[in-house]
Design a protein around this ligand. Structure first.
Ligand code: NDP
Length: 336
């Protein structure tokens, strides 16, 4: 059994030495337990936070522990009456090729309904994040301008497509030109600007001639600074993620922007609300029905970026934090 452990806590960007790859015997199921073979390991930005010691909304991974992570796998041994050998399942089994579980918080997947990999992507946690953040907090109305950062990614791509379905003008923000081309040509966004451009502020202004009604925040930093002056009165900002900050070791240099930020919130009567998707699984049935329907009828598309082999999981996480993924990042650990 291959396992990836947290070897040390990163300072800034994670490095391969922060991870240890070890071998251990394949676990055996005890009474009431199942053994799961990992097929896909999901790689998500939140994993960076789990590598730190800092207090947050979820517990840190301890040094020497298996890295935490969502997994799609197959039951290879069952001593739990709710599961049979061969069942496809979703669970937080971590960065390892086999795991043992008592079956609690494990969901069975039907491969006839959707490809099993989507259970950690468009039909799983990132898709639900997009759905509740945009619809429940962003409250988009037809004709609104919706801007979404990390636009080609697991969350952003779903945000933009739902906003289009709801009749909004959608502007993406992404890094490289190929990601911008993808969200416009494949996903139907109205425009996309690059956060790498020297002229980000004016590019965004041109792409949003009527200002911005909803900004779905995935990034923070200079992207937020470019968006804020363009927000319209009564605009909404669901704060989903701040990936530009995850590798920071201290506050960025420069002037304290809080006075400007607060003045914008006050005078424009903005609604800014952070949210954590794990609080919102009450919305899962509605999400699954609606987004599942859009995928089946072709009105919502998704893209996966799959790398082979558990030993490449550290590089995959380092890559997501540096924007090297193109679509939902997955590690294929064994055959499906
Ligand atoms: P993505 O698939 O979007 O991958 C991350 C992308 O972020 C990269 O590909 C890159 O795209 C972009 N990025 C990375 N660094 C920067 C930077 N410095 N400036 C601008 N863009 C950057 O990841 P997810 O869709 O899984 O996650 C998107 C966001 O949603 C993250 O912030 C994540 O933490 C958050 N999230 C929050 C949840 C919640 O419950 N609140 C749940 C799930 C996700 P590019 O090349 O275009 O720059």
């Amino acid at each position: 059994n291959t396992q990836v452990l947290l070897a040390s806590r990163p300072t800034g960007e994670p490095i391969p030495e922060n991870f240890d790859i070890v071998q251990s015997p394949i676990p055996e199921a005890g009474e009431g337990e199942i053994v799961v073979r990992t097929i896909y390991l999901s790689i998500d930005p939140y994993m960076r936070g789990r590598m730190d010691d800092a207090k947050s909304y979820a517990a840190s991974v301890q040094i020497g522990d298996v890295m935490t992570g969502g997994v799609v796998g197959q039951v290879v041994q069952s001593r739990n009456p709710k599961f049979s050998e061969g069942d496809f399942v979703l669970g937080m089994f971590g960065w390892q090729s086999f795991s043992v579980s008592d079956g609690s918080l494990v969901r069975k997947l039907d491969p006839a309904v959707a490809p099993i990999s989507t259970a950690v992507g468009v039909l799983g946690m990132p898709g639900l994040t997009a759905y509740v953040g945009l619809l429940d907090i962003g409250e988009p109305k037809p004709g609104d301008t919706v801007v979404v950062a990390a636009a080609s990614g697991a969350v952003g791509s779903v945000v933009g497509q739902i906003a289009k379905i709801k009749g909004c003008r959608v502007v993406g923000i992404a890094g490289p030109a190929d990601k911008c081309a993808y969200v416009m040509e494949e996903l139907g966004f109205d425009a996309c600007v690059s956060h790498r451009s020297e002229t980000l502020k004016t590019d965004l202004e041109k792409a949003c001639p009527d200002g911005i009604d909803v900004y779905f925040e995935n990034v923070g930093g200079k992207v937020f600074a470019a968006v804020l002056p363009l927000m319209n009165d009564f605009g909404r900002i669901p704060v989903c993620g701040l990936i530009a900050n995850y590798n920071l070791t201290e506050l960025p240099p420069g002037p304290d922007m809080s006075a400007r930020v607060m003045r914008n919130i006050l005078t424009k009567r903005l609604k800014i609300q952070g949210f954590i998707v794990t609080d919102r699984y009450d919305r899962f049935p509605a999400f699954e029905k609606e987004v599942g329907g859009w995928i089946r009828d072709g009105s919502l598309k998704y893209r996966e970026d799959i790398i082979e082999g558990l030993e490449n999981a550290p590089a995959a996480l380092i890559g997501v934090l540096a924007g090297r993924n193109f679509g939902k990042m997955l590690v294929r650990v064994s055959d499906d």
